[in-house]
Design a protein around this ligand. Structure first.
Ligand code: SF4
Ligand code: SF4
Length: 383
C-alpha cells in the first residue's frame, strides 16, 4: 500500500472529526489506566492518539479496531480529548481503503447484511417481524400509545427472542397499547457507524426516520441501549426528535403508574451489569436497580466495577461482530466478578451484553452456577 496518501488522509479525517481536540492530548496515559483492554492484553489509546496526531497510524493493524467505545477514557481524560471520535475517524479511513485485519472481517459481513437486509445477522428482511407471530402482536398504527422497536438481536437471535417475548408479555399484562413495525423496521445503525461506515449508518437512519414519520410514531420503546443512544442522541442530527424510552425506564414508569404490579417474590442473589450505552453514555443507572429493588425477596448485590465504572462486556463499537480470542474477552472477567460476589443471576438490559455473557457462561462452564438474564425476564416471572 502507498504510505504517503493514508498519512494525509488520517490527518484530514482527524480534523473533520473534531480537529484540534486531539492536539490537546498531553500523553498523561490516564486513558490507558482505565481501558478494559489492559486487563486482558496490552493496548494503548494514548499511543493511538500520538501516532494519529502525526499521521503515522498503522491503518492495516488491529489497534484501531480494538476500542469498544465503552466510554471510560473520555470520562477520565483531563484534556477533553474525544478518543471515541478519533477511533471512528481512523476506522473511516481504513474502510475507505478497504483494509481490514482478519479479526475484523466478520464486521464486513455484518455490513453487507445491513446494506442488503437491514440487519447485521444475515437474516431476510421480510422475516423481521416473524418473532412476534406467536405472541399476537399488532402492527403499529397511528394513535397507539407506543411503538415497540425490538431491534435486530431481539428480532432474529434465538436467545434474544426470549427477551422480546418477555417484553411483550409484560406490555400486555400492563395493558399497554403498542405495536411493532415488523419488516419495515431497520437496524438503528449505531454500531456500524462506530466501525467507520458512516454511509451505511445514514441510510439506515433515513429509512427508519421515514418510516417513523409516515407511520405517525411519536414515542418509541427500545430494548437495546444502542438503539436508545442513537435514536436519542444521533438521529436529531437529521432534524427529528422522537420520545425514546428504554425498557428499564419503562418498567419503572409502568410500576410507578400502578399498571405493572409485582405479585410474586424472587429469593435470588442478583447482580446488575450496567451496559456502557445505558450507563456511561446516557446516565441511566437507577431505573433498572429501582425495578429490581421492588421485587420482594430479591437480594441485589453490586460487583466491583459498577455504575459509572462498569466493566464493558466487549460488544460495543462493532466489536460484537469481530473476533476476540477467548483469553481476551472482558465478558469472562465480568462473569467471574459476578461469581466472586456470590450472585446466582447476572442481569443486564442490553442484547450485546447478554450475547457475550451467554457465550462466556458456556466457555467458563458456569451453566450450573450462574444464570444470565435480561431484566425483563426477571420481571416477567414476578408479575
Ligand atoms: S487521558 Fe487524555 S490527555 Fe491523557 S493520554 Fe489519554 S487522551 Fe491524552
Ligand atoms: S473508550 Fe473504552 S475501550 Fe475505547 S479506548 Fe477508551 S477505555 Fe478503551
Amino acid at each position: 500500500m502507498e504510505t504517503v496518501t493514508p498519512f494525509i488522509e488520517v490527518i484530514d479525517e482527524i480534523k473533520q472529526a473534531g480537529g484540534e481536540v486531539f492536539k490537546l492530548c498531553y500523553q498523561c496515559g490516564k486513558c490507558d489506566t482505565v481501558c478494559p483492554w489492559n486487563r486482558v492484553r496490552a493496548f494503548s489509546m494514548r499511543r493511538v492518539i500520538r501516532e494519529a496526531a502525526f499521521g503515522l497510524t498503522e491503518i492495516e493493524g488491529e489497534d484501531i479496531w480494538r476500542c469498544t467505545t465503552c466510554g471510560r477514557c473520555p470520562q477520565r481524560c483531563p484534556r477533553g480529548v474525544k478518543q471515541i471520535d478519533l477511533g471512528m475517524a481512523l476506522r473511516r479511513v481504513a474502510t475507505n481503503y478497504d483494509v481490514f485485519p482478519a479479526s475484523v472481517r466478520p464486521a464486513r459481513t455484518a455490513r453487507a447484511s445491513l446494506i442488503s437486509e437491514g440487519n447485521p445477522l444475515q437474516f431476510e428482511r421480510k422475516k423481521r417481524g416473524d418473532w412476534a407471530i406467536d405472541h399476537a402482536v399488532k402492527p403499529f398504527a397511528e394513535g397507539m400509545e407506543i411503538l415497540y422497536f425490538a431491534g435486530c438481536y431481539l428480532s432474529f437471535d434465538p436467545r434474544m427472542k426470549k427477551v422480546a417475548a418477555a417484553t411483550v408479555s409484560i406490555l400486555k399484562k400492563a395493558g399497554v397499547d403498542f405495536g411493532i413495525l415488523g419488516a419495515d423496521e431497520n437496524c438503528c445503525g449505531e454500531s456500524i457507524r462506530k466501525t467507520g461506515s458512516e454511509d451505511v449508518f445514514k441510510n439506515l437512519a433515513r429509512e427508519n426516520i421515514k418510516t417513523f414519520i409516515s407511520r405517525g410514531v411519536k414515542r418509541i420503546l427500545v430494548s437495546s441501549p444502542h438503539c436508545y443512544h442513537t435514536f436519542k442522541n444521533e438521529y436529531p442530527e437529521f432534524m427529528v426528535n422522537f420520545q425514546i424510552v428504554h425498557i428499564s425506564q419503562y418498567l419503572r414508569e409502568l410500576m410507578d403508574q400502578g399498571r405493572l404490579v409485582v405479585s410474586k417474590s424472587c429469593t435470588k442473589k442478583i447482580t446488575y451489569h450496567d451496559p456502557c450505552y445505558l450507563g456511561r453514555h446516557n446516565g441511566i443507572y437507577d431505573d433498572p436497580r429501582d425495578v429490581l429493588k421492588r421485587i420482594p425477596g430479591l437480594e441485589l448485590i453490586e460487583m466491583p466495577d459498577f455504575g459509572e465504572d462498569s466493566l464493558c462486556c466487549g460488544g460495543g463499537g462493532g466489536r460484537i461482530w469481530m473476533d476476540t480470542p477467548k483469553s481476551e474477552r472482558f465478558s469472562d472477567l465480568r462473569l467471574m466478578q459476578a461469581r466472586e460476589v456470590g450472585a446466582e443471576v447476572l442481569t443486564t438490559a442490553c442484547p450485546y451484553c447478554i450475547t457475550n455473557f451467554e457465550e462466556s457462561r458456556l466457555n467458563l462452564e458456569y451453566g450450573d452456577v450462574l444464570e444470565v438474564k435480561d431484566i425483563t425476564e426477571i420481571v416477567q416471572e414476578v408479575i
